[in-house]
Design a protein around this ligand. Sequence first.
Ligand code: TMP
Length: 226
Amino acid sequence: MAGFLITFEGGEGGGKSTQIARLAAHLRSEGHSVTITREPGGSPGAEAVRHIILSGTAEELGPEWEAVLFAAARADHVAELIQPALQRGDIVLCDRFHDSTRVYQFLDPENDQALMERLERVALNGVYPDLTIVLDVPAEIGSDRARKRRGHASADRFEKDDVQVQEERRRAFLKIAANEPERCMVVDGNRPADDVAAEIRALVDDRLEARRFEDIDRSLKLGHEQ
Ligand code: TMP
């Protein structure tokens, strides 16, 4: 089976990293080989760019230039880590991906949407997620969780935005999910972690099973053609 790319998206404090760890443990127990990664970051080059962006150094350049940096980091991450893992047949679990750029950098319709589409195409180089899980949590609750998790550390470039902006981002993720129902599943993250993990496990198992049948179908067809 070719690899399978699952991205996790949503606002701050949605519980993405907890759920990724839980899903990875489940998939490994089923015998799958799993690669866990994150954005911005995931490869040495992209991790360096992560630091520049999240420290706020690039903020004054504006959202479009920040998007260029995210795209550069993503191109490196895709080429260096994601594509090789998929070619090995791994299930790749990625904490944030291109939907985060759509939401965080291009939320304002005045930003150059054509630029966004071009950057997205170049950075992804044809590697689109097979499944995207949007962990949905009200912005107020998510910000609160993120604040508690940070402890005494200061908020990063995006965590410091106010709750109203975070709520707009939440709506933007939900809109992407509504526009692409085949790829995106919205999961209510405002529940006990065990319940969220069980729902994610069930829907990923379903998708992997569907993929297995598609693969069998394809090889049967190939067999007939030969
Ligand atoms: P996180 O790793 O703690 O989620 O931090 C990443 C931050 O970067 C988060 O606030 C969302 C933001 N971000 C973007 O603005 N655009 C992007 O394309 C990605 C991947 C993340």
